[in-house]
Design a protein around this ligand. Sequence first.
Ligand code: GDP
Ligand code: IMO
Ligand code: MG
Length: 428
Amino acid sequence: MPAIVVVGAHWGDEGKGKVIDMLAEQADFVVRYCGGNNAGHTVSNPLGQFAMHLIPCGIFQPHTICVIGNGVAVNPAVFLQEMEMVEKAGVTTAGRLFVSDRAHLIMPYHHLLDGLDEEARGSAAIGTTRLGIGPVYTDKAARIGVLVGDLKDAAVFRSRLRLALDLKNRIITQVYGAAALDFDEVYQQYSEFGRRMAPYITETGTMVRQGLSDGKLVLLEGAQGTLLDIEYGTYPYVTSSPTSAGGAALGAGIPPTRITKAIGVFKAYTSRVGAGPFPTELLDATGDLIRERGHEYGTTTGRPRRCGWFDAVAGRYSVEINDFTGGALVRLDVLDGFPTIKVCTAYRLHGKTITQFPSHLAELEACEPVFEDFEGWMAPTAGVRRFEDLPAAAQRYVRRLEEVLGCPFTLIGVGPAREESINLRPLL
Ligand code: GDP
Ligand code: IMO
Ligand code: MG
C-alpha cells in the first residue's frame, strides 16, 4: 500500500485538519512530518471541535496509529496538554500515539529567541508565531539540537542541554541583553516532561516503514503550506521546515518512492498570516467581509488572517511543486453571499502579463493580480452533499478552478464539520 501526502497548497490554514480527519477513516497510520505547534489544525467531528497543534488529526479514528515524525519540532508541554485534551474527549492514546526519538525538542531558549529575533528585525520581522520554530530548526542544522530521544537518557540529556544552553545564554545575554535561563530549572522541567512522555517515544521510522511493507495505508499530514516551505516558499517570509510533498518522506522517515499520491488542500479564496507578499490580498471592505464570514483568525495565535481572492498563479505553482494527484477545495460556503467572485489567473509585472510564480521576492512584491470575474451564487451551500445540487454558478466556479490549476478536486468542503462535504471522486 502507498503513502499519501496531504499538503497545504497556499500559505497555510487551508483546512488540512478537516481533510485529514475525514481521510483518516481509511488510513492505518497518520504521520505529521513538518513544523511544530505553529500549526493549528481545526477538527470538527462528533467528539467536538478541536484545535490540534502537534498530534496528528487522525487521532479521532480509534483504529489509526498516529505518529509525530522526525521532521517535527516537538514542544513537550504542548504534546502533553494536547494528549490530555483528546483523552478527556474519550480518545485513547496509549499504544497508538508515538513520537519519533529523532524529532527535535523546542526548548525554552528557542521560544525566547524567536521573540527576541523578531523584535530585532524591526520592520523586516517575519511575523512568526513566536513559538520557537525558526530557532529550533536553526539548532538542528547547526547540530546543537536536543532530540526527543535524549530525554530517555539523563546523562546524554544533561550534556546536550549544557552545550546548547551555555551557547544560547551567551547570545541571550550578550547579544540581546536579556536574562539568562537557569540550567537546573530547564533540566528539571524537561526531565519531568521526559518521564511523562517516555511511553510514547520510539524510533517511529521503523514502525511506519514496516507498516508500508505490511500493506498498511499511511497518510502523511502536512502543516503550514507550500508557499511557506523553506525551499519553495516566499523566502524569507516562510517557516523553517520543508512543508511541501518533497519534505514528507524525509520528515516521516520513509523512502520517497513510497509516496504515490499527493492531495493539495485549497480553500475557495486565499489567506495568509504574518508578513510577506500576497498579490491578491484585499485591503478593503471585501477582504474584511471574507475574514468575518470565514472567521479568519489564527487557530494558534488568534491573529486576523489577511484575506484575498483565489490566487491561481500561486496555486498552479503549488500543483507543480507537489504534483498533486487531487485536490480538496474547502470553504466554498464562505463565498455564498458574494455577488461577484474573482480568481487571479495571471500577474502583471513591469507592464508584462506573466503566468509563472516569480522566484524573486522583489518581483513577486511588484506583481499586480489579473482577475477573471465570476457571477456569485447568492445561495447557501452548507446543506449540499452532491455536486449537481450546488448552484450552477458555484459549479462553474469549481470547474474553472480545476481547469486553471490543472488539478481535479476529489472533495469540496461546505462547512467545518466532517459531514459538510461533497465527494467528487474516490478520496484516496
Ligand atoms: P489548517 O491549518 O489547514 O488545518 O486550517 P485551520 O484549521 O487553521 O483553518 C481552517 C478553518 O476552516 C477551520 O476553522 C475549519 O474548521 C474551517 N473549515 C474547514 N473546512 C471548512 C469548510 O468547508 N467550510 C467552512 N466554513 N469552514 C471550514
Ligand atoms: P497551519 O498548519 C498559517 C506562518 C507564520 C509566519 C511564518 C513563519 O495551521 O496551516 P513560524 O512561527 O513558523 O516561524 O512563522 O509562517 N505560519 C503559518 N501560517 N498556518 C500555519 O500553520 C502556519 N505556521 C506558520 O504566521 O508568517
Ligand atoms: Mg491552521
